[in-house]
Design a protein around this ligand. Structure first.
Ligand code: SF4
Ligand code: SF4
Length: 67
């Protein structure tokens, strides 16, 4: 099981993102990406993510699922 972020719902704001700060595996990062409409995206490192699901409840935009 790994976490997936729905980019269409995600605000991609590294100043407020609790999953980014509180993921116990440090698996989430903020990536600058000029191909994205808002210029950045949140990324999950599936090599680090263990599927614990903590980020689901921390996300302010209900954009994360574990599958
Ligand atoms: S809290 Fe959720 S919606 Fe907000 S930036 Fe983080 S992953 Fe995206
Ligand atoms: S499921 Fe757990 S390990 Fe994976 S990104 Fe979310 S909080 Fe981090």
């Amino acid at each position: 099981m790994k976490a997936y972020i729905d980019k269409k719902k995600c605000a991609s704001d590294n100043r407020i993102c609790k999953p980014l700060k509180d993921c116990p595996k440090n698996a989430i990062s903020w990536v600058q990406d000029n191909d994205e409409p808002i210029g950045s995206r949140m990324e999950v490192d599936h090599g680090k993510c263990d599927g614990c699901g903590i980020c689901i409840t921390l996300c302010c935009g209900q954009c994360i699922e574990v599958r």
